[in-house]
Write a protein that binds this ligand. Structure first.
Ligand SMILES: CC(C)(COP(=O)(O)OP(=O)(O)OC[C@H]1O[C@@H](n2cnc3c(N)ncnc32)[C@H](O)[C@@H]1OP(=O)(O)O)[C@@H](O)C(=O)NCCC(=O)NCCS
Length: 151
């Protein structure tokens, strides 16, 4: 898949975006890959998200923003504003769109928002499994110059 990052648009999600959001949430990794890392191994379904959605863009009390390429949703980020810090709760890009710069653009978008809201940091949490192996995104976060503050 070719991605023209100039055409990427990142915006607050709406209830109409739920089918695309569910698709992205279910295709950013192999089903069950995150079991042992805090994941459930159960795919998300549209009806559950619709019942958990609060206007304008809250799902389970996380603010949802999406990245769109033409009319396709190709990225998803969940935020929680703790005032002092803006927490990036989760970020997903579908496997076929990974490694093309979309995730980096989303993180930049979140950092810009945090700066404008007056948060003093953007934070995110990731996990280790029982064997102590970190979730595979840790090197990516380090590449983006995020530092481990505590375990
Ligand atoms: C993590 C995720 C959001 C990253 O999004 P992405 O669109 O694939 O990331 P990007 O294409 O923007 O990353 C590209 C950059 O990161 C670097 N990079 C990619 N994978 C890397 C890795 N494993 N280790 C170090 N650097 C990496 C690339 O070299 C590139 O660097 P450059 O911009 O300097 O050229 C995406 O892979 C994903 O959805 N993964 C599954 C869900 C997940 O793990 N989410 C994080 C939960 S904490």
């Amino acid at each position: 898949v070719e991605v023209k990052l100039d055409n990427l648009r990142i915006r607050a999600a709406t209830i109409d975006d739920i089918p695309g959001i569910v698709e992205v949430a279910n295709t950013s990794m192999r089903l069950g890959e995150d079991v042992g890392f805090g994941g459930t191994g159960v795919p998300v379904n549209i009806r559950d998200v619709e019942s958990e959605w609060k206007a304008p863009n809250l799902w389970k009390n996380h603010e949802i923003y999406i990245a769109e390429l033409d009319d396709r949703i190709v990225g998803l980020v969940k935020l929680e504003d703790h005032v002092s810090e803006l927490e990036l709760v989760d970020i997903d890009v579908p496997i076929e769109f990974q490694g093309k710069g979309i995730g980096t653009r989303i993180v930049q978008f979140v950092e810009d928002r945090g700066r404008r809201r007056g948060n003093s940091a953007v934070t995110c949490g990731t996990s280790r499994n029982a064997e102590g192996v970190p979730w595979k995104s840790l090197p990516w976060w380090k590449h983006l110059v995020y530092v481990v503050t505590h375990e």
